[in-house]
Structures are given as C-alpha cells and as structure tokens.
Design a protein around this ligand. Structure first.
Ligand SMILES: Nc1ncnc2c1ncn2[C@@H]1O[C@H](COP(=O)(O)OP(=O)(O)OP(=O)(O)O)[C@@H](O)[C@H]1O
Ligand SMILES: [Mg+2]
Length: 380
C-alpha cells in the first residue's frame, strides 16, 4: 500500500495548503534568478517545505536534483553530487532546480567544513538552489545565512490541515465523520504529514472491522471469556485474521464488561499488559517468535484470570479506535517535546517523558501562567 503522504504529495502549487504568501515569494525568487541564487526555507515539520519545492519542479517541468543531506555519510559524497549538478545543464534538456533537503543533517556540520563547501557552490551555481531546515537560526548556519535569501514558513493552522484531510478523504471516497477529521487536524499541531498518516492509520483500522471479521472476533471473545479451555483459546487467537495489536484492543475493550469481580479484572489486565510488552519488543528486536507469548499471555492469560464465567450474555463492543489514536497522538507529542527541550534541561528524552512532562501537564492545568513562563524559558 502506498503511504498517502506520498500518493497525495502536491503536484501543483495550488494543492499546497496555507502557505500562499511564502509560495508567492518562492516563485518570485525563482523568476529573479540569478539575482539571488539560493533560498533557505525554514519551518516546522510537515509544513510543506519539501512539498513546495517538488510541486514547483513538477509544475515547471523542471528536473529536480534532490539531495537529502542526512543520507550522506561523508561531506565529499554530498559535494560529489552537488558540484556537477550545479554546473552542468539538465541531461534531459530541461530546466533544473536543486534541493538540499534538511541541511541540518549534513555531515561535517560540526566542523563547518561542509557549510564552507556549500557556500562555494551557491556562489557559482547556474541553477536555483533551495535549502530546507527546521531552524535557520541554528548557530551552525550563521555564515550560510549571509549568502542566501531566507524565508520562514509559518506553522500551519488547524483549518489548513483540515482542508487537506477533507480533500484526501474525498479522493479516497472514505466515509468519515467530520468531527474525526477535525480531531486529527487539531492533534497534528500544524504537521500535515502527521495528520495524513493518522488519517490513513484510522481508515485502515476501520476497514479491518468489516462484518465477517467482527463475527469471527466476537466468537473468539466469547470462547475466551466464557470457557477455561486453554488449548482452544490458544488456537482460536492464532487463527484470527486481525493484527495482534487489534486483538489486544478487543480484549482491552471488553474485559470490564465480562468480568465483574476486582480480582479477575486486575489479573486480566496484568496479563494483557505483559502481552503488550512482548508485542512492543517484536519490531524493536525483530523477535517474531515472541508472537507466541503475545497470544498466550493475552488470550490464555485473560481467559484464566476469571474466578468464574459470567453467566450473562454480553454484547461485545469493538475497540474505540479514536481513543487509542488520541492516546498515541498525545504520546507522540510528548516525545517530540522531550526531544526539543532535552539539550536545555540536560536530560534524555526518555527521562523527561517520565519525570518532567507529567508534572508539567499538571502545572499547565493548575497554573497556566506559570506553565507559560516555563515554556518561554524553554523556548518552545
Ligand atoms: N502545506 C501543505 N499542503 C499540502 N500537503 C502538505 C503540506 N505540508 C505537508 N504536506 C504533506 O505532507 C507531506 C510532508 O510534507 P513536507 O515533506 O513538505 O514537510 P516538510 O515541511 O518538508 O517537513 P520536514 O521538516 O519534516 O521535512 C507531503 O508529502 C504532503 O503530502
Ligand atoms: Mg522536508
């Protein structure tokens, strides 16, 4: 399946949302070449920096020489591409645009050797060069700033992001409530890439819950919750055609409607959480055999946790995807924040997520003024 961020990468500048003024300036820069030879586009993640340059190239029918600076290990490797690219005409006889994407990742940024080489290239280039970065005010870009035009793209507003989501939902012919789209947009914090990825994740989850699948899963739930037959629980959970993650969410969603005494509920969640730990480790360690434990701990663990089966018939409900998604979005946001403030607080992102963010959230609720001051000090 192609990721929607790729599939719906803007092919025309009119498809780019919310950056009108910047686009006008970018087009003006392009047209005025060689008065200015290079422009730095600076702005937050997923605001459209790379997208604008690729759309411009497509629209002009120009050849785009794209270098993602972080893909190169050695400074010489970048230069060996950049130097000829900036001198020789397009081999297809087309116009040509050069994009140095994410310059912050350029090897040799530390000793500034790379920047000196880039500056040399941009003073002599025969073709317009676009450079992108998340922060043009990075100290290491100081000398580069002097030789380029600088354009700061703004962080997108929720309605901008929403417009793009609406468009994609329409093109994909998906039925999705407007309120869900609004939530995704608001949670993205101006990052269109994150919003589109979330939309796709939610839609693929919805697809998983078609009628036949649901019946199959419901009968597995009944088996697990009502019986003590561990062999049956093991094999039925293994044969289900849903992702292990979704299986765990089904159990999570229904434990409290089936089990009624505290001990059963507590034990069931204990097993479920252990299963979840194994599931998390699989992609990280590439230990696929852990899947056996995931199913044993979840299906059999939850099954054996009950003191006695609930004689009542229970209607099973499918997992509330929105709930999981909101949790994941919050976590992602906390992670991003922890990474940004790490250097200032001299702590790892991991420990900040554990020791700082929960207390900061509390302060934010109880004393917004103090939270604002902290934010200012942190520079976020
Ligand atoms: N303003 C926008 N309008 C339409 N689509 C966008 C916009 N911004 C981002 N997107 C979508 O998100 C994807 C990623 O955006 P893009 O690569 O332009 O982000 P970026 O600003 O370069 O972020 P980063 O700093 O992380 O590289 C694009 O392929 C596109 O699908
Ligand atoms: Mg980019």
């Amino acid at each position: 399946m192609i990721p929607w961020v790729r599939k719906y990468q803007p092919k025309k500048l009119t498809e780019v949302v919310g950056q009108r003024e910047s686009i006008d300036k970018i087009v003006a820069f392009y047209q005025s070449f060689p008065r200015d030879r290079t422009i730095i586009l600076s702005g937050p993640h997923g605001s459209g920096k790379t997208a604008i340059v690729t759309a411009l190239a497509t629209q002009l029918g120009a050849e785009l020489i794209e270098l993602n600076a972080s893909d190169y290990r050695r400074e010489q490797d970048v230069m060996s591409v950049l130097e000829p690219a900036s001198r020789q005409g397009s081999i297809f006889g087309k116009k040509k645009i050069i994009l140095i994407d994410e310059i912050d990742g350029l090897a040799g940024m530390q000793d500034r050797g790379a920047i000196t080489s880039v500056i040399k290239i941009i003073t002599e280039t025969r073709f317009p060069i676009f450079i992108t970065t998340n922060n043009v005010w990075n100290k290491k870009l100081k000398t580069l700033r002097k030789s380029c035009r600088i354009l700061e793209l703004r962080k997108l507003e929720t309605p901008d992001v929403l417009r793009r989501l609406h468009k994609i939902a329409k093109l994909e012919k998906i039925k999705i409530e407007d309120s869900v789209l609004k939530k995704i947009a608001a949670h993205s914090d101006g990052d269109v890439r994150a919003a589109i990825n979330d939309l796709q994740a939610i839609c693929s989850g919805v697809e998983l819950f078609n009628r036949d699948r649901i019946e199959e899963v419901e009968s597995a739930m009944r088996m697990i919750f009502k019986s003590f037959d561990s062999e049956a629980a093991k094999s039925i959970s293994n044969s289900l055609e849903i992702q292990p993650r979704d299986f765990l969410q089904w159990l999570d969603q229904n434990i409290s409607s089936e089990y009624y005494d505290k001990k059963s509920i507590r034990d069931a969640y204990d097993y479920l959480s252990q299963s979840d730990i194994f599931l998390e480790r699989i992609p990280r360690w590439q230990h696929w055999r852990f899947l056996v434990y995931v199913y044993l701990l979840s299906a059999v663990g939850v099954q054996q946790s009950k003191t006695k089966p609930n004689p009542k018939q229970v209607r099973y409900s499918k997992p509330d995807l929105m709930k999981y998604w909101i949790r994941a979005a919050k976590l992602r946001k906390a992670k991003g924040l922890a990474q940004t403030i790490g250097p200032k607080l001299h702590a790892s992102a991991r420990s900040l997520q554990r020791d700082f963010i929960p207390y900061f959230n509390f302060i934010e609720q109880k004393n917004p003024k103090m939270a604002k001051e902290i934010n200012e000090w942190l520079g976020v």
